[in-house]
Design a protein around this ligand. Structure first.
Ligand code: ATP
Ligand code: MG
Length: 572
């Protein structure tokens, strides 16, 4: 491809709306343009890179035995009403009506249509196992679209769904996807970890996320270098670290604490550490229940764990009015003893181990001290409810956990019979008995993966594409485009590389070499062959994007070296 003919609108300035490197570079290098908030067009160079990631995903799905099909993006409401997700998705779902007033949505994820399709066509164990996938646009009206295609409202997902006879079959299908995902992200040269993830309140027997390590990632991950344990912060657990006990329970005592509200205020007032307090937080579930959670003063409540424990679809902090009614006090003085209404009260494992501690008294400007679980109140249930912190003890081996941020690029999920039961996706076994199919679902964000590659592979001058996903592998740069002989040699190299199946650019623009080099670096083309001063002696320069200096060689050697490098990198 000749650069002079390309549609390649690059930008020198850093676009003000882009906060992270990948977003900035995707705009500056002319890979994409914004059409609306969270909605992007891929331009030719960006689309080439996108298609390379997509091809890797497709090859690995096919290799794993999954079969590709394509569902519509416009889906009738009934499909999601039957499963209940028409309401669960809430405002994140894009909804529309046809001219007859029938309701549709733009598919945010496709468990329902895949399950329906298999339900309608497969009735016997002979048709199982089966893994189907598609690579298709998804639509989610995200609350906070940001970071370009990392969190957009229209994005491409590879979504796969497996159908098995039983849990053992699901394990096999799931492992095949796990291996395929590893190969996909390895081939994209990503540095990632696989973490245990929350599988939600509604069941599912396991789930893992593929997290690309990055400071700009929205997810927080806890990991153990010693034993390999890794989980996202919604799921991560740690060994409880209770304070030493005296065994002497002191009498509970009411203390006036005017204007003492925060944990810091309390520490000052009582002259102790935050480990001597327990926070009581009141939440409202979508089915109208008020529920309370207690964690130690130095800990954070993990809303996902709490959510799963109370079994609600949605959970939000109770309104001040609700809190006042339940506690009989202003917000900030809730506690487990003497609530005005009987509500479910859940205590974290560490709270259950506390002794003579301080809680809100359910009375404005009052606290209770020397409170003890069992004697003064009995929680509905004691469970792990806190968010893990760096340095906490690993739940597997006890060593200190580390923490990092990650970009979730893929998610694999054992659904079990959640959808097959609701949507009646059954099969008859050898004995003629009807069973629900056991399902898994598996997603990869293709655009997000592409952005994550750039996030991990760039420098001050621009993108540094790994060869496997580079839109072009090589750029051939004649230093003086007006020099016919120089240009002829450049064209010959370009031709020979193209013949060898290499994706190659010829920068034939009548620009200063500095400009061409800068552009090649911004675009991130991994290999550069420069035809310059010494061309008349049969010498060109060969340079890798990240190499300090070029190496001189003959045009033939440069072609061979580039071809060998690309073939080596693309060997899957
Ligand atoms: P997140 O927690 O980031 O919102 P999710 O749990 O909603 O992700 P899934 O429903 O599991 O994501 O979707 C599968 C994959 O699709 C994700 O791993 C991610 O790579 C991609 N993805 C999800 N939402 C978006 C989005 N808004 N923009 C781009 N990619 C997305
Ligand atoms: Mg999401």
């Amino acid at each position: 491809m000749y650069v002079s003919r390309m549609f390649l609108p690059t930008q020198r300035e850093v676009p003000s709306e882009a906060e992270i490197a990948s977003h900035q570079l995707m705009l500056r290098a002319g890979l994409m343009r914004k059409v609306a908030s969270g909605i992007y067009a891929f331009l030719p160079l960006g689309y080439r890179a996108f298609r390379k990631v997509e091809r890797i995903v497709r090859e690995e799905m096919d290799r794993a035995g999954a079969q590709e099909l394509i569902m519509p993006a416009v889906l009738p409401a009934e499909t999601y009403m039957e499963s209940g997700r028409w309401s669960v998705f809430g405002p994140e779902m894009f909804r529309l009506k046809d001219r007859g007033g029938r309701e549709f949505c733009l598919g945010p994820t496709h468990e329902e249509p895949f399950t329906e399709t298999v339900r309608n066509e497969i009735h016997s164990y002979r048709g199982l196992p089966l893994t189907l996938y598609q690579i298709q646009h998804k639509y989610r009206d995200e609350k906070r679209p940001r970071f370009g295609v990392m969190r957009s409202r229209e994005f491409v997902m590879k979504d796969a769904y497996s159908f098995d006879r039983d849990e053992a079959g699901l394990d096999v299908s799931y492992q095949a996807m796990y291996r395929a995902y590893r190969r996909v992200f390895d081939r994209c040269s990503l540095d990632y970890i696989v973490v245990d993830a929350d599988s939600g309140a509604m069941g599912g027997s396991g789930s893992q996320e593929f997290m690309v390590k990055s400071d700009v990632g929205e997810a927080v991950v806890a990991f153990c270098d010693a034993c390999g344990y890794a989980a996202n912060d919604e799921k991560a657990t740690a060994v409880p670290a209770p304070e030493a006990k005296t065994g002497v329970l002191l009498p509970a005592e009411r203390v006036a604490t005017p204007n003492v509200k925060t944990v810091e205020d309390l520490m000052k007032f009582f002259g102790t550490t935050s480990k001597k307090f327990a926070k009581t937080l009141v939440y409202r579930t979508d089915d109208g229940r008020l529920v309370a959670a207690m964690v130690r003063g130095d800990r954070e409540l993990n809303e996902t764990k709490f959510h799963n424990l109370v079994g609600a679809t949605e959970l939000e902090l109770a309104s001040p009015e609700d809190v006042e009614r339940v506690t009989g006090a202003a917000v900030g003085f809730a506690g487990p003893v003497g609530l005005k209404e009987r509500i479910e009260l859940y205590a974290d494992l560490e709270v259950a181990e506390m002794e003579n501690f301080v809680v809100g008294a359910n009375d404005t400007d009052q606290h209770l001290k020397n409170v003890n679980v069992g004697r003064d109140f009995v929680p509905t249930k004691v469970a792990d409810l806190r968010t893990v912190e760096a340095g906490d003890a690993c739940p597997v081996c006890g060593r200190p956990l580390g923490q990092c941020r990650g970009i979730e690029v893929g998610h694999i999920f054992k659904l079990g019979t959640k959808y097959s039961k609701i949507l009646h996706c059954n099969y008859l076994d050898e004995a003629g008995a009807e069973n629900a199919m056991v399902m898994g679902c598996y997603g990869i964000g293709v655009n997000r993966t592409l952005a994550a590659v750039i996030e991990q592979h760039h420098d001050a001058n621009g993108i540094v594409w790994p060869l496997a996903v580079a839109p072009y592998h090589v750029t051939v740069v004649p230093v003086m485009a007006s020099d016919a002989a120089q240009m002829a040699m450049a064209k010959d190299i370009h031709y020979r590389l193209e013949e060898a199946g290499i994706d190659v650019l010829l920068d034939d623009r009548d620009e200063r070499p500095g400009v061409k080099f800068k552009d090649a670096d911004l675009l991130g083309i991994p290999l550069r062959v420069t035809v310059g001063r010494k061309y008349a002696d049969g010498i060109v320069e060969y340079k890798e994007r990240t190499a300090e200096k070029p190496t001189e060689m003959t045009p033939g050697e440069a072609v061979d070296k580039a071809v060998a490098a690309v073939r080596e990198a693309l060997r899957a």
